[in-house]
Ligand binder design. Structure first.
Ligand SMILES: Cc1cc2nc3c(=O)[nH]c(=O)nc-3n(C[C@H](O)[C@H](O)[C@H](O)COP(=O)(O)O)c2cc1C
Length: 356
């Protein structure tokens, strides 16, 4: 499969990025990929929130916004898959083009603005996956939720989605950090954050039935030290179950070519890697490692994943590197992570968390 993707990539890159992505989703629905899960290995497995993650490497939100390809993506070696961001009502997002690649820097800029087919379509797909999945396709599935662009009272949209999804999700992520929905990042401010989380937690308790999905919050890498301290204290107070660090950045490193760096939107891939890791490090210290962190941003190999784990991440996620490295990436990272553990004398990935 590595060779196949290497051959196909120049052709894929002839297409505009979003066309290529939509084509990939269509093909995945028709021709599911062969299973390339690396052999399950106990050293990579962790039980968290009562669930067994067979690998610490997950698929980040945004790849499968409408929950259409959970089963095929679940065969690639990921330990968990996050679908969404879903909003209550369907919405078109920003005008196209709105995804831009920069292969020389292994980078992506997107200003999608949460295009998605809305809750009804998302839920139908998620239910179908749950009904039809085989034991081989059973994968921890997180549901990432957001608000519609025209919503003036954000907690209404979050609580609507929590009410509908809490009884069935493996975990839920409150996305308040995409840079492409006006006002969304303001929810990260401490005065807004505690109220929002408290309201969502109350809704979750009402709606979860016998299920008890952990609640995560996904944050931006563009936070200064004071904001990190404030948010960390607020999150400790709130009793949130996990923090996803990070979303895309508004930064534009100077070495990126002008035609690319001048695009509006969130930057992901290799250029966000160090900033995301630094954010993980700071939150891990500010929370005394008391809230599990899911590290994300610029991971394209096992060393990148391991670096985030040693900085304090219990799990990690990736998206942009899939575009450049192809579908064999998660299985390769699993294999190489085992070598990292062996080299450093750890018997399990959990032993490496926060050990830098
Ligand atoms: C095209 C694209 C769309 C994305 N859409 C979402 C989204 O809908 N919700 C979300 O929480 N993050 C979204 N993200 C952010 C990713 O989940 C991830 O946090 C970020 O890209 C950093 O990881 P990476 O460098 O491995 O891509 C998107 C990223 C890209 C590149």
């Amino acid at each position: 499969m590595i060779c196949l993707y290497k051959i196909a990539r120049p052709l894929v890159f002839l297409l505009p990025a979003e066309t290529a992505h939509n084509l990939t989703l269509k093909l995945l629905k028709i021709f599911p990929l062969p299973t390339c899960q690396s052999k399950q290995n106990a050293a990579l497995s962790q039980t968290l929130w009562g669930k067994t993650f067979k690998s610490p490497v997950g698929l980040a939100a945004g790849f499968d916004k409408n929950a259409e390809v959970i089963a095929p993506m679940g065969k690639l070696g990921f330990g968990f898959i996050e679908v969404g961001t879903v909003t209550p009502k369907p919405q078109d997002g920003n005008p196209k083009p709105r995804i831009f690649r920069c292969p020389a820097h292994r980078a992506v800029i997107n200003r999608m603005g949460f295009p998605n087919k809305g809750f009804d379509y998302f839920y139908k797909n998620f239910k179908r996956y749950k009904a039809e999945k085989s034991a081989e396709q059973d994968i921890i599935t997180g549901l990432n939720i957001g608000m519609n662009k025209d919503q003036q009272a954000p907690e209404k949209d979050y609580n609507f989605l929590i009410e509908k999804l809490a009884s069935e999700a493996d975990y839920l992520t409150i996305n308040i950090s995409s840079p492409n929905t006006p006002g969304l990042r303001d929810l990260q401010k401490k005065e807004n954050l505690l109220a929002l989380i408290t309201s969502i937690q109350a809704q979750k308790e009402k709606s979860r039935g016998n299920n008890n999905p952990p609640l995560f919050v996904k944050l931006a890498p563009d936070l200064d030290d004071t904001q990190i301290q404030d948010i960390a204290q607020t999150l400790l107070e709130s009793g949130i179950d996990g923090i996803i660090l990070t979303n895309t950045t508004l930064d534009r490193p100077a070495d990126l070519p002008d035609t690319f760096r001048n695009q509006t939107g969130g930057l992901s891939g290799a250029p966000v890697k160090d900033k995301a890791t630094q954010t993980i490090r700071k939150f891990y210290a500010a929370t005394n490692g008391q809230i599990p962190i899911i590290g994300c941003g610029g991971i394209s190999n096992a060393d990148d994943a391991y670096e985030k784990i040693k900085a304090g991440a219990t799990l990690v996620q990736l998206y942009s590197a899939l575009i450049y490295e192809g579908p064999s990436l998660p299985a390769q990272i699993n294999k190489d992570l085992l070598a990292c553990l062996a080299r450093d004398g750890y018997s399990s990935i959990a032993d490496a968390v926060g050990q830098e």
